[in-house]
Design a protein around this ligand. Structure first.
Ligand code: NAI
Length: 329
């Protein structure tokens, strides 16, 4: 038997957790011959519900599921983790300012970053899903002394998937035909789904969809506001699609990217595209055959795109300023 991969998941008893765990345990992400250990982390009040989820995991009798641990203890939860999926966070409540949310969640991610540094495996990789995910990832990364910055990611794949399906629908083609879709910047309403470089069946989207007004207007706002639209319709926030995007992200980060394509995930900026070094910004990423990744260089950025990118990067810089006390010098 192969050595099991250990996956630590915070917020494991939440909505996204429920849509995530079973697919990991089934072998969907790491493959049909790769056993998995799950370390499921919840806050104390979440432990009874987590216990129910663990009972259901038992009841699936997954052949690849080696061990499951449920805990509220971060050291136990991140022990030997190869992958950490940081999903749990405190949702924004009525009357709460964005800065309050940044502060409350920021404190969670300092402790988690430190615990990852103390306990995780040498090859650990961390994907932050819990919002505000870019800045939470920035905090975790800066508090995980000794863990290289290139191991930290924040999820913008749901936005990429949403954008691809909107373009496919408009063009009347299957969503698998849409490639080279980059989400730039923050996972928030300022994100920029870059249609200017996207392709449909290998052709520029702007050739296939000639309705420029739609591309520059309704397309972008639909993607930016999709989360709110799902809440309005479902009465609950996106969970299955968010879990699916998290799994897509992990798969894309462990599998070589198809020739000529890229995928979107927020990474620690190295200054590419003039994006301030050190912030967690979404950009076009390619994964190499050995599992490492690089920022795709030379993607054209026209004036329209630059304006949009500047806006979303400015928001990330504001967020960083709001949590600067949580980032060790
Ligand atoms: P949920 O409220 O159903 O579950 C969150 C779970 O996290 C709860 O069980 C809670 O007890 C737990 N939790 C809270 N603080 C924790 C901590 N410090 N340690 C461990 N567990 C903790 O929420 P849901 O729907 O599962 O969403 C989770 C997060 O994902 C939210 O922040 C949401 O905004 C975010 N999200 C991000 C998306 C993205 O594209 N990046 C898309 C959709 C949601």
């Amino acid at each position: 038997m192969k050595t099991p991969i250990t996956v630590s998941i915070t917020g494991a008893a939440g909505q996204i957790g429920y849509a995530l765990l079973f697919r990991i345990a089934s072998g969907f992400v790491f493959g049909p011959d790769q056993p998995v250990n799950l370390r499921l982390i919840e806050i104390e009040p979440g432990l009874p519900a987590l216990n129910g989820v663990m009972m259901e995991l038992d009841d699936c009798a997954f052949p690849l599921l080696n061990e499951v641990i449920g805990t509220a203890d971060l050291d136990e939860g991140f022990k030997d983790a190869n992958w950490c999926l940081l999903v749990g966070s405190v949702p924004r409540k009525a009357g709460m300012e964005r800065a309050d949310l940044l502060g409350i969640n920021g404190k969670i991610f300092t402790g988690q970053g430190q615990a990852i540094a103390r306990n995780a495996a040498k090859d650990v990789r961390v994907l932050v899903v819990g919002n505000p995910c870019n800045t939470n990832a920035l905090i975790a990364m800066n508090n995980a002394a000794g863990v290289p910055a290139d191991r930290f990611f924040a999820m913008t794949r749901l936005d990429e998937n949403r954008a691809k399906s909107q373009l496919a629908r408009k063009a009347g083609v299957h969503q698998s035909k849409v490639t080279n879709l980059c989400i730039w910047g923050n996972h928030s309403a300022t994100q920029y789904p870059d249609f200017t470089n996207a392709r449909i069946d290998g052709r520029p989207v702007t050739e296939v969809i000639t309705d420029r007004e739609w591309l520059e207007g309704e397309f972008i706002t639909t993607v930016q506001q999709r989360g709110a639209a799902v809440i309005k319709a479902r009465g609950l926030s996106s969970a299955a699609s968010a879990a699916n995007a998290a799994l897509d992200t992990v798969k894309s980060l462990i599998t070589p990217t198809p020739e000529g394509d890229w995928h979107s995930v927020a990474v620690c900026s190295d200054g590419s595209y003039g994006i301030e070094k050190g912030i967690m910004a979404s950009m076009p990423i390619r994964t190499r055959g050995d599992g490492t990744w690089e920022v795709v260089q030379g993607v054209p950025v026209n004036d329209f795109s630059q304006g949009r990118i500047d806006l979303t990067i400015a928001e990330l810089l504001e967020e960083r300023e709001a949590v600067k006390d949580l980032i060790p010098a």
